[in-house]
Write a protein that binds this ligand. Sequence first.
Ligand code: FAD
Length: 413
Amino acid sequence: MNDENIDVLIIGAGPSGSVAAAFLQQKGYKIKVVEKNEFPRFVIGESLLPRCMDHFDEVGLLDCLKARNYELKKGARFIRNDEVCNFDFSKKHTDGWNWTWQVPRADFDKTLTDELIRRGITIDFKKEVVAVKIEENYSITTIKDEHNCLTTIRAKYIIDSSGYGRVLPRLLDLEKPSELPKYGSIFTHVNDSNRPNGVEGTTITFDVISKEAWLWVIPFSDGITSVGYVGPTDFLDSFKGNSSEKLKEMLKLSKYFFPRFEHEDFIFEPREIKNYSKSVKQLYGKGYVLTGNSAEFLDPVFSSGVTFATESALLAAKLITKDLQGKQVNWEEEYAGYMKQGVAVFSTYVKEWYSGNLQKLFFHQPENPEIKSQICAVLAGYVWDKTNPFVTKHKRLIKNIAYLIDMEKEKSE
Ligand code: FAD
């Protein structure tokens, strides 16, 4: 086996790997992306947050995405029976992007990789990383192709952007159970032949079925709509039959959307992911860094996955550049510390969503425009803005305001 010598090996060509590759190529490094699948391939994670537009913009990947005319996402709607809470990204506390997209990921990820290839980046599709050996100043990665042939690559750095492949967490024993409760999801695409005209038909909506279970409806610009259910794993397991039968039954629980989807056939047999929250013991080590889902995944309720994937990938690529230029990098502070801050904010929002506290704030009437704009900035992915009290005091503020709402309700009863 011959070692190929490069600066940075990137595992996985999802949004995380693509953003890292684009940045490092701009800086002139010798890089390679190894991707297990052939693209286009299906992956879940179709609703983006405005914050990730900054990342695509910075590495020059925005124009190729704009050309695809994806459905615009200018906010998000949450409904609970007759109650509605609309977030409008143009009314958010933090400056930044006011819109993003709802994207079929197969097309989205292929658009990114096509652009990388056009720029001369090597992506080895249908090749899988199967082993990694970390040495003093480099690592040796073993790659298996579709004919089971093995080759090796010697790299100064590895960026693990392998998503649920979780290559380095598995190979280097970095897995850690998530602190979040065990939830699962079941999802598919439909032709949406009853899609209403105008904003009603294209708005992304989260229908709150119970405190812990909800349905997503994500319309795409090609007329197809993504529908998915999320809930505690035992709730999802309580539905009988195959995944189509289960999802059909679950859709009946949505008063709002059942009439729209009642007669729709599923474009593919619904897929199920159980216990999707993931965590790791450490986000970096000698000669490697974990980005995107390979590092951490919380919950789909606030659509933060792709944004964390691109945020972490861009930061990791910048710090590797600094290191390769011989400058000092404090990985604990500059990478792990920074990423953990953002994860901690979203983690509170996820926990307080399922505790019911955040839902109290969302559906409370009359709305408080200041509080709403601060929460909206978090939902847009701007979770590092220290001027936002819903970022800096995330642990206390949601709980306290939910308590006040309860008190107010008790008094009025
Ligand atoms: P991925 O996009 O998963 O890409 C990883 C790539 O690595 C894959 O192409 C894979 O083939 C490749 N790979 C794996 N193993 C190997 C190997 N051994 N060798 C080489 N290549 C390998 N996020 C959102 O932003 N919005 C949402 O609405 C949303 N909804 C979600 C709903 C559910 C139910 C779940 C579970 C997640 C959701 N997410 C959402 C999260 C989203 O799916 C991920 O956060 C996002 O795809 C992470 O991107 P990535 O680049 O890290 O990984």
